[in-house]
Write a protein that binds this ligand. Structure first.
Ligand code: TYD
Length: 217
């Protein structure tokens, strides 16, 4: 039997939109195993974990937007080369909690780095690997920020540098994700993340199952 082609799916959204919970639900419902790999950014590799810690803590460091972008690109280069591409080459479905859509939204729309620069760096650092499908969880920043901050307080991880940027920044990030979906350069599904959690999670699972069925069909 011919080996299935790999399928690359990114789950995106602002802080507090429920991405991580949706991914956990998805993995539980699809069944983690050889066919599926759930991963995340930043920090899915040992090298990336070092970068994540530097990037997300408010530790008195003051990265310029370009330096921040380059650290994120380094994390992604490592993630793609060591984790994502090998899994896709083996025919697996790879679902990542955040990918380049987050960079276009946070470092692009949020920080003001031109989209063309982010795309050029993405081509260089990943061999221009884009998701087959991007699922965006969309919620008003007021709601998402409140939820995100509540979760961070519960976790006490101290990784709150982006949440701490406040409502204006979170609004630009949201607009950034919506603009990417509207431009439809790659396939996007936008899900209303203000709906009850079970509905949101079911909608994410439906979008992913459809993409898998299309690949296999
Ligand atoms: P993440 O671990 O997904 O946090 P959360 O679970 O709270 O969503 O991401 C951490 C932060 O990193 C998040 O605030 C967004 C930021 N980030 C960027 O700014 N650009 C990027 O390209 C990525 C991948 C993340």
């Amino acid at each position: 039997m011919a080996r299935a082609r790999g399928l690359f799916i990114a789950l995106e959204g602002g802080d507090g939109t429920g991405k991580s919970g949706a991914l956990a639900h998805l993995v539980a419902s699809l069944g983690a195993g050889d066919a599926l790999l759930a991963t995340h950014e930043p920090g899915a590799t040992p090298e990336g974990r070092l970068l994540r810690e530097r990037l997300l803590r408010r530790d008195g460091l003051d990265w310029t937007p370009m330096a921040e972008l380059l650290l994120i690109a380094a994390d992604r280069a490592q993630h793609v080369a060591r984790v994502i591409r090998p899994a896709l080459d083996a025919g697996r479905v790879v679902i990542t909690d955040r990918y380049v859509g987050s960079t276009l939204a946070y470092q692009g729309a949020g920080r003001g780095i031109p989209e063309a620069d982010i795309r050029a760096l993405h081509a260089l650092s990943t061999g221009n690997l884009w998701p087959d499908l991007t699922v965006v969880l969309d919620a008003p920043p007021e709601l998402a920020l409140r939820r995100g901050l509540a979760r961070l307080a519960a976790e006490a991880s101290g990784e709150d540098r982006f949440e701490a940027l406040g409502l204006d920044f979170a609004s630009r990030v949201r607009d950034g994700f919506r603009a990417q979906a509207a431009a439809a350069l790659t396939r996007h599904v936008v899900i209303d993340a203000t709906a009850p959690l079970a509905e949101v999670q079911a909608a994410v699972a439906r979008a992913v199952r459809t993409a898998i069925a299309e690949r296999d069909g």
